[in-house]
Design a protein around this ligand. Structure first.
Ligand code: NDP
Length: 310
């Protein structure tokens, strides 16, 4: 009998098993590390397996992560290159990420932190209002998450542009593509949101030089990967007054070390890698669809391009 090997992340593995048992009764669930007969394993649901395990499954057909970032799978040399890795395109995950980003954008743009301070001193004062149509939001990474965020912000009348490797054609959203268009993209951006994956190309893409390309007073939000942002350069740009603030959900080292200067910085808002939050079985529906397609001999969509690293 075909089997799916499940190594759950933070969540109870029973939730995954319940979904698979319900919709794929002819696929046996094996829970890591109880692999059983390795020849049965056709599907693996895990962010990572230790010790070159993937090479030991002779009938492996598909691997799917339990979260969106797939570095643990992409860096595993035991995973044969022809085995598809499924991206997570779950709508609920995109929805929670979008809500987190909207909160950060609106909190900054509408001065809600200052209003909270004013409340404490009973100050009835309207702070400077800038219409959303005149507030330029720029999103780095226009994939499943970035596109969902971009549409939501555009719906709230913000002037939205996206930057990605390849050009996008999304009504109402200006598209910038590739390294050559990063500078003009940054130069037109008042609120920068990075939802980039971790790849060699995105390593420290937000560094001192890139922060200097943003207009004075720009605000920076990072909820993609901590590796994409130079934290020391961010602190310097905040302290010089060039940037007005930052909201960070992801960091170079997680959990963020106790002695990190980011914790106490008055212009930085921190959440603990929490922007996408929710149920264990995020993405289970997509994995089940993919398994069904494979069994019908149909082509898969939504798989990782391993040559690009995301
Ligand atoms: P996708 O793979 O759908 O999208 C990635 C986007 O990044 C694409 O638009 C891609 O361009 C762009 N991109 C990749 N490399 C480059 C580059 N070198 N230059 C310019 N653009 C580039 O991923 P998702 O939207 O699903 O997720 C994005 C990332 O968000 C994940 O990889 C993960 O790291 C992070 N994440 C963070 C979470 C959190 O809780 N903080 C939770 C979930 C995800 P193109 O469209 O041209 O291919």
């Amino acid at each position: 009998m075909a089997a799916v090997l499940i190594r759950s992340g933070r969540e109870p593995v029973e939730n995954w098993v319940a979904v698979f048992n319900k919709v794929l009764p002819d696929v046996e669930c094996r829970i890591w590390p109880d692999v059983g007969d390795r020849a049965d394993i056709e599907y693996v649901v895990a962010n990572q397996l230790p010790d070159g395990q993937f090479a030991t499954f002779p009938n492996l057909k598909l691997v799917a992560g339990t979260r969106v970032g797939l570095e643990g799978l992409l860096n595993d040399e035991s995973l044969p290159p022809h085995i598809p890795i499924l991206r997570n395109t779950d709508r609920e995950r995109a929805a929670t990420m979008t809500a987190w980003v909207l909160y950060q954008v609106i909190r900054h743009h509408r001065h809600f932190e200052e209003y909270a301070v004013n409340q404490r001193s009973k100050a009835w004062e309207h702070l400077k209002y800038r219409p959303p149509q005149e507030t330029r939001v720029g999103i780095m990474g226009m994939g499943n998450l970035g596109t969902t965020v971009a549409r939501a912000l555009s719906g709230l009348m913000y002037r939205v542009a996206g930057w990605s490797r390849t050009r996008k054609d999304i009504p109402g959203i200006e598209s910038f593509a590739g390294a050559a268009e990063l500078e003009p993209f940054l130069a037109r951006t008042d609120i920068l949101i990075s939802i980039l994956p971790r790849t060699p190309e995105t390593e420290n893409v937000l560094d001192a030089g890139r922060f200097a390309m943003l207009p004075k007073g720009a605000y920076v939000i990072n909820c993609g990967r901590g590796t994409t942002l130079d934290e020391d350069a961010l602190l310097a740009a905040l302290d010089s007054g060039h940037l007005s603030g930052a909201a960070l959900d992801v960091f170079k080292v997680e959990p963020l070390p106790q002695d990190s200067s980011l914790w106490n910085h008055p212009k930085i808002a921190i959440t603990p890698h929490y922007s996408c939050s929710g149920r264990a079985v995020f993405g289970a529906e997509g994995i089940v669809d993919a398994i069904r397609k494979l069994r019908r001999g149909e082509a898969l969509t939504g798989t990782v391009d391993r040559s690009q690293g995301y």
